[in-house]
Design a protein around this ligand. Sequence first.
Ligand code: FMN
Length: 173
Amino acid sequence: MEFAELVKNRYSCRAFSAKAVEPEKLEQVLEAGRLAPTATNAQPVRVLVLKSEDALTKMRGLTRMTYDAPVVLVVLYDTDVSWKATNYNDPFDAGDMDASIVATHLMLAAKSVGLDSLWARAFNAAEVGKAFGLPENVHVACIVDIGYADPEKGGPGPRHALRKDMAEFAKEI
Ligand SMILES: Cc1cc2nc3c(=O)[nH]c(=O)nc-3n(C[C@H](O)[C@H](O)[C@H](O)COP(=O)(O)O)c2cc1C
């Protein structure tokens, strides 16, 4: 699929079928995440791959945003490792940005191999960290549900088609 078509076709899927994700496709998705850029190449991001019934049930108990996806990717970053910008009198932690780029790669790679996805952040990150035994310095940035869309209920939602027009989105100055 050409890139322009890929980004147009990706949408937030909120109904997945029970069809399993092929291991080679999951590997391609994770590889795209692994290759994502990170600030100073610090690579603070890790992905917990929830596939077992145990792990998925645990996650479903913490958020309804899993939508029965057969794979849930929990995107985390180590706050001890992420780049802390201290210059320009404008300090920030690049961890959330790094994790967001990884999650974007995961979503687009999923689409490129015929899978659908949902990026979700409607959960308590500390609760998720605790449930999966993560240390205090590891922050859960988001989850990315992965799977095949339910053929009947899995299409794009009403907000998918709503985008600002180009004149409002980008301004040449
Ligand atoms: C940072 C972020 C957090 C999001 N959190 C949720 C969420 O918790 N639950 C959900 O259903 N969708 C979530 N979404 C998906 C957005 O609602 C969705 O991308 C937006 O409405 C546009 O629709 P589309 O992805 O189908 O184009 C999130 C997206 C982003 C980027």
